[in-house]
Ligand binder design. Structure first.
Ligand SMILES: C[S@@+](CC[C@H](N)C(=O)[O-])C[C@H]1O[C@@H](n2cnc3c(N)ncnc32)[C@H](O)[C@@H]1O
Length: 471
């Protein structure tokens, strides 16, 4: 199941994009090997440990599982664009244990090089020089055994950055140290262990869901919004596209929306309607003030479109030939063909061959029948000299050129040529479908215009081919 999907997802990724997959230990190792095959081992970026539990489960049989894994792969590691993390001065790690006169946090590191391999005068002769201690003595870098060591900085850098140097009068006399400031470590690389106080736990996520909808059964394995925020901060910039093809309770879309990213979610289950759509409505109208809303000052805005995907119109039969999917009834097929041929679907109640039109005089007729010369002659008569008809059928016998007002197309080829189903380049043009805009009095409305697309609208999309419209 996963291989096909990973291969498709890889194709959908932008060249500098990344994919993030959360798994427990049951599946993680298998997914790692599969991802190595699909994305290439060289495109593995990291395995992040998310501390999903905030307390031990006393009823665990052997171990109380505290973490999930988040596998991160790039489409192409050499092009991958992953952001570093901003340092928050309130979150400065405890080893920055000193504060300077301006309130900046720092720690001290010895100026003498202490690596085991090349910390000798011999290894870097230019880094062996004398510097003057507070008592006026000239100090040289000496190793504990008395042999010549070296400083970490050359003389030039020492001269330039002297104000960062602090002297400590220790047992073996004055020794220089230099300050490492927390704020110069801003934009540090993300680390691979994410604790629950930083990004939330399953319990946090459950509480977030309860706050959103008291009366709705919470999704069983939700993720906290802060976890998705961390991922999106690293993996994306404002305006980027985020896809969650297994949307669950819709956390990815909700967080992406609040962070000004564009998003697509796909969900098979009924919780698309019970969880995701109601949740996104609350995001858009600004009533969702939980999760990361306060942190990103979310006030509402934007919109979304909802599609119900039809089954694929074509499928392969046992002879490996493309045939029309038997799940399609006549109406679905006719509507699909109208869209692909650029006709407006408008089936006539009285004229069986009018399924749609492109102009007042140009019509389309869709049938899975095989038409013979008599059928074609009868149709041509009915259409008459003033009108034209495109006939999409499974096959025909006879010579269509004998009827100037008829054009014939075989359905599978016509659809294949336009949709390219089953090919690498999947170019079904959803953008061309008409969008029905709901006036701004609806619940989905938000304040107007900014980079997050705050147009205050939810476009309700007719289903691609089939019946039913929701949003
Ligand atoms: C564990 S949840 C994912 C949660 C979500 N991605 C998150 O990070 O919070 C997996 C979801 O995938 C959905 N799913 C499973 N197979 C699917 C498919 N073929 N297409 C779309 N959704 C699918 C399930 O219904 C379920 O809601």
């Amino acid at each position: 199941m996963m291989r096909n999907r990973l291969e498709l997802l890889r194709r959908l990724l932008s060249e500098n994009g990344s994919i993030w997959i959360t798994l427990d230990d049951n599946e993680h190792a298998y997914a790692k090997v599969l991802c190595d095959e699909v994305f290439g081992r060289s495109n593995f970026i990291a395995n992040v440990i998310w501390e999903k539990a905030d307390s031990p489960r006393m009823d665990a049989e052997f171990f109380s599982i505290r973490h999930d894994n988040v596998l991160v792969y790039a489409k192409d590691r050499t092009l991958a664009r992953l952001n570093r993390m901003e340092s928050d001065q309130d979150e400065v790690p405890t080893h920055y244990n000193k504060t300077d006169e301006l309130g900046r946090r720092y720690y001290l590191k010895p100026l003498r090089a202490m690596s085991s391999r090349d910390d000798t005068r011999e290894a870097r002769p230019s880094m062996y020089y004398g510097i003057t201690a507070p008592d006026g003595a000239v100090v040289f870098p000496k190793k504990p055994d008395g042999s010549d060591g070296r400083w970490r900085w050359g003389r030039e850098k020492y001269e330039a950055e002297q104000e960062r140097v602090e002297w400590i009068d220790g047992r073996s006399g004055w020794a220089p140290y230099y300050r490492i400031y927390a704020d110069t470590a801003a934009a540090r690389p993300p680390e691979t262990i994410w604790s629950h106080p930083e990004v939330g736990s399953n319990r946090t996520a459950m509480a977030e869901q309860k706050a959103l909808a008291e009366d709705v059964e919470p999704f069983s394995t939700p993720k906290p919004e802060a976890l998705l925020r961390r991922i999106l901060e690293i993996a994306t910039d404002s305006g980027d596209w985020v896809l969650d093809s297994f949307a669950g309770s819709g956390t990815t879309g909700a967080v992406a929306h609040k962070m000004g990213r564009r998003w697509i979610m796909v969900e098979l289950g009924e919780h698309c309607h019970t969880h995701i759509i109601p949740r996104l409505r609350k995001v858009i109208d600004g009533t969702d003030q939980g999760g990361i809303s306060k942190a990103v000052e979310w006030q509402g805005g934007g919109g979304f479109r909802y599609f119900r995907l039809a089954p694929s119109l074509l499928e392969k039969d046992k002879y490996d030939t493309w045939v029309v999917n038997p799940q399609y009834n006549g109406e679905m097929l006719a509507e699909a063909m109208c869209r692909h041929e650029g006709f407006t679907y408008a089936p006539s109640d009285t004229v069986y061959w009018q399924h749609g039109h492109s102009t007042e005089r140009d019509f389309i007729y869709v049938t899975t029948q095989t038409l013979n010369q008599d059928h074609l002659a009868a149709l041509s008569d009915e259409v008459g000299p003033e009108r034209t008809l495109l006939i999409c059928c499974s096959a025909w016998r006879g010579n269509p050129n004998s009827f100037p007002n008829l054009t014939l197309k075989k359905i599978p080829n016509a659809v294949l040529n336009r949709c390219e189903w089953g090919r690498d380049d999947y170019s079904l043009e959803i953008r061309e479908l008409p969008v029905l805009e709901i006036p701004s009095a609806t619940a989905e409305e938000g304040p107007s215009g900014d980079a997050r697309g705050r147009s205050g609208r939810v476009a309700v999309q007719p289903t691609l081919f089939g019946a039913g419209t929701e949003g």
